[in-house]
Write a protein that binds this ligand. Structure first.
Ligand SMILES: [Zn+2]
Ligand SMILES: [Zn+2]
Length: 277
């Protein structure tokens, strides 16, 4: 059912160790048609932009041998005041978040023009942390607050021109909703689906939801059903292993849940040439 992988991190990412050669060889062993390299560009500072440059140079060289490799990027919402601070000071060091009475504006590390100039063909937009919850920075986030903030970020990503694929929707590293995915209101799923559809975005089936030791069986089935609902509303679903280390084949841990939710071979999408930059 899964024939391409659009979300892989290479050693050019600050947090990953896969070499491009190892990724390509594993892809060939799996018979994948395409692999997308999407290293992190979290902030607009020298470190992250440097990583992105070396990812672009590395992938360009690897493509001579492995034409099925595609250069992408993973972008994540950051606070606009921090983005502005980095632009001015060239570093994140010394940044103090201002106290605001409303949520921070969101920014991404690079403009579309900057990404295209590097040869990037598409972007995964994915939430990783709270940008801000007013007056709540030092409080332990409660479930409702987190869900609302995740919803805000994902709706923003669904409407941003840089985002090709909404990556790991509703991923939360702290795992506070891994027990029961139904804590997220259906109305949010419907709004998100409408925004993704209207803006012609893809949505990602990320392997971590199905491979995580924290995820219960119930959660995995609920999550696959959520992806199926998006699919049936006309939003193409891509697959992303989101591998950082020792790239391997985890499709057999994902596909049974997709099958149970109603997916058949041919349903999992590839990025079309028209949607690549
Ligand atoms: Zn991510
Ligand atoms: Zn990732």
């Amino acid at each position: 059912m899964i024939h391409s992988d659009w979300h892989i991190h290479s050693e050019h990412s600050y947090d990953a160790s896969n070499t491009l050669d190892a990724i390509a060889q594993q892809a060939q062993a799996q018979g994948l048609r395409f692999v997308g390299i999407t290293d992190h560009a979290n902030f607009n500072d020298e470190k992250f932009i440097g990583d992105l440059h070396s990812s672009a140079v590395g992938v360009k060289a690897a493509q001579e041998k492995y034409p099925f490799m595609v250069l992408g990027v993973e972008l994540t919402p950051i606070e606009k005041p921090e983005f502005d601070y980095i632009r001015q000071h060239k570093t994140r060091e010394g940044y103090v978040a201002p106290t605001l009475s409303k949520p921070f504006a969101i920014e991404l590390a690079q403009t579309k023009e900057e990404l295209i100039a590097l040869g990037v063909r598409y972007a995964i937009g994915a939430s990783h942390w709270r940008v801000d919850v007013p007056n709540g920075r030092k409080l332990t986030p409660d479930l409702d607050t987190c869900i609302k903030e995740w919803y805000r970020q994902q709706m923003w990503l669904a409407c941003d021109e840089r985002v090709t694929i909404l990556g790991h929707p509703w991923y939360h590293g702290k795992g506070i909703w891994y027990e029961d995915f139904s804590v997220i209101p259906q109305s949010m799923h419907l709004e998100l689906a409408a925004a993704l559809k209207e803006n012609r975005k893809y949505v990602e089936c990320n392997s971590h939801f199905f491979c995580s030791a924290k995820a219960t069986e119930t959660f995995k089935h609920q999550y696959a059903a959520f992806l199926r609902e998006l699919f049936e509303r006309g939003i193409p679903v891509t697959y992303g292993s989101d591998s950082h280390h020792e790239y391997g084949d985890v499709r057999s841990q994902v596909e049974p849940y997709l099958t149970a939710a109603g997916f058949v071979d041919g349903d999992i999408a590839e990025l079309s040439q028209d949607d690549l930059w």
